[in-house]
Design a protein around this ligand. Structure first.
Ligand SMILES: NC(=O)c1ccc[n+]([C@@H]2O[C@H](COP(=O)([O-])OP(=O)(O)OC[C@H]3O[C@@H](n4cnc5c(N)ncnc54)[C@H](OP(=O)(O)O)[C@@H]3O)[C@@H](O)[C@H]2O)c1
Length: 246
C-alpha cells in the first residue's frame, strides 16, 4: 500500500528541534518530501539525515523568521508545497513591565508575521493546484491566561484568529487551515526553563507533560486527508484542563 502522503511535499518551520523535528519525521514517514526549516545548519543537517536514514526524503533551508525578507526567501526556496506547518515559535516569559520592545517585536515577528507571510506566499500556489493544508502551531496560553505569557499568548491568539480567517478565505478553493493548541511538551526549548513544564503539567487532567511525538501525530492528522472535513478548527492537544473547584 502506498504511504498516505506519498507524492506530497511539506514545509515544516522550526524542524530542527522539539515538536517541529517530530512533525518532520512523522510527515516523511508517511511519504511526504519535507523541507526542513530552522536557523541551525548543523541541526538541520541532522534532521535531514535522520529522515533519509529512515527511508524518507528531505532538504534543509535556513532562515531567520524574525526578518520578513528572510521569510520571503524561505517561501521561494521551499517552492511548491502541499502542506505548510507553521511550527517555529518563540516563548520568552516575563511580566508586562519586564517585556521590552524587542521581545514584544520578536514574538509578533516570529509567531505571527512569519506564518502570515508564508501563507501569503505559499497558499495561492496550493489554490492554483487545487488543494493543500496548513497547520498553525498554537498553545494553551492563547486561550487560558498564563502568568508571564502575555505577549506570547497574544501572538498565538492572533494566529488562532488568522486560522479562522484563512479557513474562510481558502476553504472554498480546497485548502484547509487549522491550528493545534499545544500543552506542556518536553522539548529543548521548554526544558531550558527550569520548573516551567512541571507547573503547567499540574494543570492538565493527566498531570504529565506530552512527548513531542504525541503532538506531532495530532499535527499530522490535521495536515492529512484524514481531516478532510476539518477546517478553521483549533484542536487542543493540551492534556485537558483540570476543572476549577466548585
Ligand atoms: N514545548 C511546549 O511545551 C509548547 C507548548 C505550547 C506551544 N508550543 C509551540 O510549539 C512550537 C515548537 O515549540 P518547541 O518547544 O518544539 O520549540 P524549540 O524546541 O524551542 O524549537 C523551536 C524551533 O523554532 C525555530 N526558531 C525559533 N526562532 C526562530 C527564528 N527566529 N527563525 C527561525 N527559526 C526559529 C528553532 O530553530 P533553530 O533552533 O534552528 O534556530 C527551532 O527549530 C512553538 O511554536 C511553540 O510556541 C510549545
Amino acid at each position: 500500500m502506498a504511504a498516505p502522503l506519498s507524492g506530497s511535499s511539506a514545509l515544516v518551520t522550526g524542524a530542527t528541534s522539539g515538536i517541529g523535528y517530530e512533525i518532520a519525521l512523522e510527515l516523511a514517514a508517511r511519504g511526504a518530501e519535507v523541507v526542513v526549516h530552522g536557523r541551525s545548519a548543523e541541526r538541520g543537517a541532522k534532521t535531514v539525515r535522520e529522515i533519509e536514514n529512515a527511508g524518507g526524503k528531505a532538504r534543509f533551508v535556513a532562515a531567520d523568521l524574525n526578518d520578513a525578507d528572510d521569510v520571503r526567501r524561505l517561501a521561494a526556496a521551499a517552492g511548491e508545497v502541499d502542506i505548510l506547518i507553521n511550527n517555529a515559535g518563540i516563548y520568552k516569559f516575563g511580566t508586562t513591565a519586564e517585556t521590552d520592545d524587542s521581545t514584544f517585536d520578536e514574538h509578533v515577528n516570529v509567531n505571527l508575521r512569519a506564518p502570515y507571510i508564508l501563507v501569503q506566499k505559499l497558499v495561492p500556489g496550493m489554490v492554483e493546484r487545487g488543494g493543500g493544508s496548513v497547520v498553525n502551531v498554537s498553545t494553551i496560553v492563547a486561550s487560558v491566561a498564563g502568568a508571564g505569557t502575555g505577549i506570547y499568548g497574544a501572538s498565538k491568539a492572533g494566529l488562532e484568529q488568522l486560522t479562522r480567517v484563512w479557513a474562510d478565505e481558502f476553504g472554498g478553493s480546497g485548502v484547509r487551515v487549522n491550528a493545534l493548541a499545544v500543552g506542556p511538551t518536553e522539548t529543548p526549548g521548554t526544558t531550558a526553563v527550569p520548573g516551567m513544564l512541571a507547573a503547567v503539567a499540574a494543570t492538565t487532567t493527566f498531570g504529565r507533560v506530552a512527548e513531542p511525538s504525541e503532538i506531532a501525530r495530532a499535527a499530522v492528522f490535521l495536515a492529512s486527508p484524514d481531516a478532510s472535513y476539518v477546517n478553521g478548527a483549533v484542536l487542543h492537544a493540551t492534556g485537558g484542563q483540570r476543572a476549577i473547584a466548585a
